[in-house]
Design a protein around this ligand. Sequence first.
Ligand code: HXC
Length: 510
Amino acid sequence: MSANIAEMEKRREQAQMGGGQKRIDAQHAKGRLTARERLHILLDEGSFEELDMYVEHNCTDFGMEAQKIPGDGVVTGSGTINGRLVFVYSQDFTVFGGSLSEAHAMKICKVMDNAMKVGAPVIGLNDSGGARIQEGVASLGGYAEVFQRNVLASGVVPQISLIMGPCAGGAVYSPAMTDFIFMVKDSSYMFVTGPDVVKTVTNEVVTQEELGGAISHTTKSGVADNAFENDIEALLATRDFFDYLPENNRLGAPERPTNDPWDREDFSLDTLIPPSANQPYDMHELIRKTVDEADFFEVQPTHAANIIIGFGRIEGRTVGIVANQPMVLAGVLDINSSKKAARFVRFCDAFEIPIVTFVDVPGFLPGTAQEFGGIIKHGAKLLFAYAEATVPKITVITRKAYGGAYDVMASKHLRGDLNYAWPTAEIAVMGAKGAVEIIFRSDIGDPEKIAERTKEYEDRFANPFVAASKGFIDEVIYPHSTRKRIALGLRKLRNKALENPWKKHDNIPL
Ligand code: HXC
């Protein structure tokens, strides 16, 4: 018996060494942790249960039969995060650059299948050069098996991807189909093809960092959601983030105890809106003063910052927050902000997370860059996402709600459940200046008349009461009571039951 155990232990040790000490040292020298070290930080102490530790590839080309490493470049299994079950895979760059063989793919597929069977989230720690080149089509097939599962799991269990090394090819397409992507600054990259191929094909000379580093993807492309300083910070943030998410699409938003009173009033909000309509203010202040313990996990903070998205809690229960940000581009809706918020709204709706929307939006951004870039289609994504969402939707208009953007931002007409406005709200087709220049064009040469007309327009429309008189706004509320009103609203809406007509699926403008 003891000989058998000794043999098992020997094999375990061998598997745990991955590609060997030299490669582990090289990984550390680049400031990166190994696949197992990462899981150790991500999961609750001692909770990891590994699967398929002895799986090997079956490739016989290019001398591969002589190079077999147990586990084949990915550590898979399950564990818990703050007591809640999660399935995980963690690619091991020390084994063939974390590249994906057929056997490696089957290990990932197994944990995804297990996660789907029991309704638990999947977190993938990606550190991979993509399809294992020596295996050819077998590895491409392996990737497609993973992609297929990503799609079937989408909207059923949350899927989170961490990018923790150079990821190419399939190693970026699988994360792209998951719900959230976190990257590590200066040590993780995502590209379909690396700088060498880029140079050959397009003659562009570009570094890995410029082409697919964390800053490029969390500011320019918006492919990744958040960037963290190092592996440890990324993994610890993922633990925090995980706590906001439900286990699956049937369990509803998670709840945890809070000491923050539901009816806490914040009188500083009564003066948040500056005296002039053109002066910005930071919408984060309202968000932090509304959610429990000022705890807000912002997603995509550096991409399309004219809209803010993220998770907070009210009375301990997760809510998704969408808010225009007057500090950036006056909070206007443009292509990137529409896409960013639309995907977030759809995530919340898929996972039964109520949506709280704070509105201060001057409209859609005009101009050729936006029109040629397809703002009509991209803006429609957000409109579509809000309109199809059946979760509780509470909207608070703090200041501007102009034009189409008024409609889009979870208005009453898109089945907003509770639509509140602060007394400072201005709900109209457009701002007074623009409106007067169009409807009183003949007076443009007469500044006095224009000023008079502008005043007249402002008096009529720069308030919430016209909309309230039509029932489009349920109540004009004190800013200081915002948290209380939202908390009461969410209580009321807890058992909301609303279904869309049966369909195979909708046809959101992509
Ligand atoms: C097999 C690979 C590999 C791969 C890396 N390695 N990628 N082995 N298949 N795809 C091996 C290397 O040979 C090397 O082995 C070790 O991993 C470390 O790689 P390095 O190149 O030394 O590391 P680094 O300089 O950090 O560069 C990492 C890298 C680069 C940027 C990922 O290795 C790279 O460009 N790899 C190829 C990327 C790629 O084109 N993949 C195929 C994508 S096609 P030794 O023994 O020397 O240590 C694809 C299709 C999917 O994925 C379908 C999508 C829809």
